[in-house]
Design a protein around this ligand. Sequence first.
Ligand SMILES: *[C@@H]1O[C@H](CO)[C@@H](O)[C@H](O)[C@H]1NC(C)=O
Ligand SMILES: *[C@@H]1O[C@H](CO)[C@@H](O)[C@H](O)[C@H]1NC(C)=O
Ligand SMILES: *[C@@H]1O[C@H](CO)[C@@H](O)[C@H](O)[C@H]1NC(C)=O
Ligand SMILES: *[C@@H]1O[C@H](CO)[C@@H](O)[C@H](O)[C@H]1NC(C)=O
Ligand SMILES: *[C@@H]1O[C@H](CO)[C@@H](O)[C@H](O)[C@H]1NC(C)=O
Ligand SMILES: *[C@@H]1O[C@H](CO)[C@@H](O)[C@H](O)[C@H]1NC(C)=O
Ligand SMILES: *[C@@H]1O[C@H](CO)[C@@H](O)[C@H](O)[C@H]1NC(C)=O
Ligand SMILES: *[C@@H]1O[C@H](CO)[C@@H](O)[C@H](O)[C@H]1NC(C)=O
Length: 905
Amino acid sequence: MSGQKGVCLLLQCGCACLWLSSLASGALVIFKDDEAPQENRRAARSLQPQVEVHSVIVECTVTSRFAHTVMTSAALNEANSSKEIFFEVDLPKSAFITNFSMEIEGKVYVGVVKEKEKAKKQYEKAVSSGQTAGLVKISGRKMEKFSVSVNIAAESNVTFILTYEELLQRKFGQYEILTRVKPKSLVQQFQIVTNIYEPQGLSYVDAHATFLSNELLPLVEKTVTDKKAHISFSPTMEQQRKCPGCDGTLIDGDFVIKYDVKRETSIGEIQIANGYFVHFFSPPGLHRVPKNVVFVIDRSGSMSGRKIQQTREALLVILEDLYEDDYFALIQFDHTIDHWKDSLTKATKENVTQAMNYVRNIRDLGGTDINDAVLRGVNMLTKDRQEKRLLERSTDMIILLTDGRPASGITDIPTIQRNVQSAAGGNMSLFCLGFGNDVDYNFLDVMSKQNKGLTRRIFEASDAALQLQGFYEEVSSPLLLEVDMQYPDNAVDFVTTSHFSQLFNGSEIVVAGQLMDNNLDNFIVEVFGQGFEDDFKVQGQASVVDWDVMYPDEKYIFGDFTERLWAYLTIQQLLDKSKTGEPHEKANATAKALEMSLQYNFVTPLTSMVVTKPETEGEQDEPLIADKMTEEQRQQAEKQAAYQYVRPASYQVPAPTYFVDGDPHFMIELPDRNDALCFNINDLPGTIFSLVRDPDSGILVNGQIIGDKKIHPDGKINTYFGRFGIIHQTLGVRLEVSTKSISLFQDGKQIKLLWSDMAALTGPNVDLVVTKDHSLTVTLKDSVKFVILLHKVWEKHPYHQDYLGFYTLDSYLLSSSVHGLLGQFYHGIEYEVTDLRPGEVPEKPDATMYVKGQELNVTRGWQRDFRTDVKNGINVPCWFIHSNGSGLIDGDATDYIVSGLFETV
Ligand SMILES: *[C@@H]1O[C@H](CO)[C@@H](O)[C@H](O)[C@H]1NC(C)=O
Ligand SMILES: *[C@@H]1O[C@H](CO)[C@@H](O)[C@H](O)[C@H]1NC(C)=O
Ligand SMILES: *[C@@H]1O[C@H](CO)[C@@H](O)[C@H](O)[C@H]1NC(C)=O
Ligand SMILES: *[C@@H]1O[C@H](CO)[C@@H](O)[C@H](O)[C@H]1NC(C)=O
Ligand SMILES: *[C@@H]1O[C@H](CO)[C@@H](O)[C@H](O)[C@H]1NC(C)=O
Ligand SMILES: *[C@@H]1O[C@H](CO)[C@@H](O)[C@H](O)[C@H]1NC(C)=O
Ligand SMILES: *[C@@H]1O[C@H](CO)[C@@H](O)[C@H](O)[C@H]1NC(C)=O
Ligand SMILES: *[C@@H]1O[C@H](CO)[C@@H](O)[C@H](O)[C@H]1NC(C)=O
């Protein structure tokens, strides 16, 4: 999470991934195991590996928290033909790549850092053809993956070298260096070497690995002296072996080093070298300052299910962890805002117990009014301050948790940001927790930074409650407020941020700057802050550490680490300012950050690294471009990835989705509003409805209703869709899909497929993909994409029979005259929901909906989307429109009845 203060920076070095596999083309590819297609895995088992990985070496040098990592891997193509070799590395997302090179047959190809826009332009053709895309991809929560591939001639060697740098951040009282290694084969020379130089002295160093058994543990060499630690792990090929005689490797997982430095002086640690200074500040012996915290919790409909449950769970723990001298308040919001008490409450046991009951009753409901909810919190704090209800020496904070974007009340983002900033007036910190992939990360990030806080992403997963608690813990113990770091004006220049609203327990403040001259006689440092009872004030004098004297035996040139650390910190802060500053500041900050990224060879969000690959036969020179992603881009990428794969436990909708499945229930999902509408259409079995009809493009989808095999004893007749007819007139395509088979008519020919087939049909105008007994994906050239799901019911079921569901995946190319029960919604729908009130069932409140000039009674409910889980479906909360969707759909449901599966009337 670049730019987030108080976040742990992990150093994670992953390694060339070494899983060998033969592709159909004959190219040999090094895959990560979990990415290797099944067939390839099988094929590879019967082949001798033809790429031999000679070495995987990770060398990490940390000098006063500044980590410089070099990863080297060498491989030999033993085959008698050329092969493609992949190099993949997981590196921390907080790190900047600074260099990459490949040596092939004695020739070195070195990456050049260029301005991103210019690099993109220069290689426009390659970029637009997608050849260069994705050199850096997301990889889990903390890392990103760098990967390249090159074609290596027969019996040739290749060596890859990747270098990256970052400033380790202290969190929970420690620094962490994490190296992820997954060499899927045995490696002749495998080595992870870390040297840590901390002139202040090391208080402890701990090294462990997730894959190390008791046998392998002694292989980790650890030598720790007062100011230096050397940790090395270099198992032989025999020691890497999973079992005697087998080829598998034991090495697969994370190698983790944790350490902390001694903290003895209240002025902190000041390092001076090569014309730059760095000041680390987290003095010992401070007391905690009480805090006043307002929790602002999103309970909008999209939070329903697991998210709201995890939020309640986390809040219960957090409330219990409050200190008795803290004050707190609880606000929950959707399109309306409710709070527990009118003002903040002292966190005594009794009060916390009461609050916990309130939290247990938080239920998900309607829209998302972030503006009013945050302002409610701000006003509560302001009022309590004015009325002197809070301790004078205490800090004020708001913790906002949301999974969406503003959708009710004021929704204009700059307006909300202005409102919050002017109401808070710099008097409190706003921390935002963005839950899941549908949050507007950039909005929260900017708003929190404008208000002395930061934004953290909460990943939708089973540990979400722990992530929430972890974040709270980080900010739960402020030790100093309004910390001001002062350096003599006439001695320093280009100093990074030197004022901090809080210093939290377990973290550390870092300031760096240039020295104007090397006359350090008057380099006096002063720190001011507000402590628990008194003002904090220390003064100290910096002295130069002679690194050659302190580390006489080291060949490593410590050289410019202070300068690079300063550059790293300055660029991070400029990147923040380029998002949160005034317009003229933004432009200047961006320009300056770009200039420094180029000067120091850092791959930041403003630069790209370009490597020119060696020419391969018959192909043009094709550049490789490595980019750095922003947190927002990472989120977008994760959202897309999540959409592509099965995610039974979570549900997010990246694009509007329209479908009919089950009962038959119709669903219109509106991700922009974080909301959905749903209705049922009931009619007699045999009736055919028009679902989509676009006279302009000649597209038509009709569906026929079927009933149960037999009438249920309770008299209820369930109906479903059992047959669909799809026509694309202009392309001359006609498709009939029933629960038994799929028939395609085109150019006077008929092709019949069975649901029990596993088939893909690719034609000039239509693509069909059948997943055995599960789904049919239909892509009509230049127009639409549908998925039809088959619900198979147990053959001997007394009443039910197989039925179908219909999902529109892509409808953007349909004309504005598209209509039909689903089609009429393809161009959006405007509506408002108000006046939420108890309904017949407590979980399903009623509300009033204004839509198409009418006022409707609607009910909050759920419908199931079966795309990712065809058996159980995933509950999607929606506003249910009664009586066959009347009032929502144009006209009446019977207006949509047609006379045949391929008829328009
Ligand atoms: C390459 O090796 C394969 C077997 O590994 C062999 O069949 C083929 O003839 C060899 N080709 C050349 C050009 O040596
Ligand atoms: C990048 O790596 C290459 C090859 O290892 C080296 O020659 C070059 O000096 C490095 N560039 C920088 C800026 O460190
Ligand atoms: C490849 O590299 C290895 C290790 O450096 C070396 O022993 C071998 O001779 C090299 N092979 C070729 C074909 O260059
Ligand atoms: C700071 O955190 C450490 C553990 O991380 C704890 O032992 C210590 O008591 C805390 N200090 C204060 C002042 O809360
Ligand atoms: C909280 O608890 C304390 C004692 O348990 C009580 O005196 C106080 O009035 C309660 N309420 C508030 C709003 O602080
Ligand atoms: C912020 O606090 C200062 C000092 O208490 C006060 O004068 C000012 O009005 C406050 N700002 C707002 C917007 O409440
Ligand atoms: C922006 O940059 C220009 C040119 O470097 C400089 O003259 C100007 O003072 C800067 N403005 C701000 C607000 O920093
Ligand atoms: C909505 O329901 C209420 C009762 O809950 C009823 O009084 C009202 O007439 C209904 N409105 C419409 C438009 O059906």
